[in-house]
Design a protein around this ligand. Sequence first.
Ligand code: COA
Length: 364
Amino acid sequence: MVDQAGISALGIAIPDTAIKLSDLAEIRQVDSAKYQIGLECDEMAICTDSIDTVELATKAAQKALSRYHGSIDDIGLIVVATETAKDMSRPFSSWIQEKLNLKGALRSYEVKHACLGGTIAIKQASECVLSGAASGKAALVIATDQSLYTPKSPAEPTQGAGAVAFIIDEHAAIARIEKQSWSWSEPVYDFWRPIGHNYPLVDGPLSLECYKKAALKCFTQMMATQQYSAKALFKHFKAICFHSPFSKMVYKAFAELCTSFDFSENETKAFYHSHVEPFLKFNKKIGNAYTASLWISVAHALHDLKTNEHIAAFSYGSGFGAELLNFTKMSDSEDIGWVEDIQDHIAHRRTYLSQEAYIALRGC
Ligand code: COA
């Protein structure tokens, strides 16, 4: 048995191309306030011909490996979580292995559970390390996705793309993944993509109800295992990160959660502004990157927090399944350049699609 498992390196990749939601609103002849205030989305990253989810995953993995104290030979497990599967049999991880020239004595597979997939992959990797089955080797876990909806559908303004890669091992140089987590699952059709469909089918209002219920079930279970009051427990965390299809959805779930714990409206807003909203900044610029969305928020928190501070991370995947994880920041001295990478990317390297280019890309 091993004492701890956690994140020892991290990398993020987002496409160079994006569209402003104000431009999408003009294209679809919708008041842009609906997207920017009603859904709280500013911009969404878009994959064009020059980059796909394999390229994103590879870039994120290369960045994580470049920040890792070990080498690629220390990887004993590669897991890729995605909703953008490329094949019904061949695992997505095989494409990444080809790009990284990663082969030999290792296990390689793909995980699918809508946006929850990345979380399942991270839990499996940490449990593999904790059990001793990893024999001192590390796991490379990647969440990579682009979310695309039927053009002109209500979900179109909540598209996005991105990948996050983690190296998980027993050193846990950046953050320890706490052993206990709290899960909830119910079989529901709130968002799904039947075989052969180019785009998912979405019952947006139902997905919001399922998400809120899942958050309540997971947080209530966590409360039951702690001696603190809900307020004391929330204060124990410096960041409470949520899977973010769009920021307004997070606020709605958080507000309902706080109401159930008897927080006043002012307390709810104060907790949201101090614990949740600061770590959604990049999500508002990237959009919904499905399996990677929660981890973009967690990566931001891991960058900002100090040693021994704690993060709660709520993961939701349609269908539906949810899990609430806790992390403890371990060291301030590790290479935490991933946030600067994103800031620099958004500020200097991002290209905005014109309205005409977006219409040409989507066909209408
Ligand atoms: N100015 C400001 N706000 C406006 C507005 C305007 N001109 N017009 C509308 N709004 C607000 C609405 O009041 C609403 O806010 P509220 O929910 O706080 O009341 C919000 O904008 C959205 O409007 P709505 O009419 O509900 O949007 P919609 O029905 O077109 O689509 C979703 C909303 C969420 C259903 C849709 O975006 C969707 O399906 N998204 C994907 C959900 C998803 O990803 N689920 C699965 C993963 S968990």
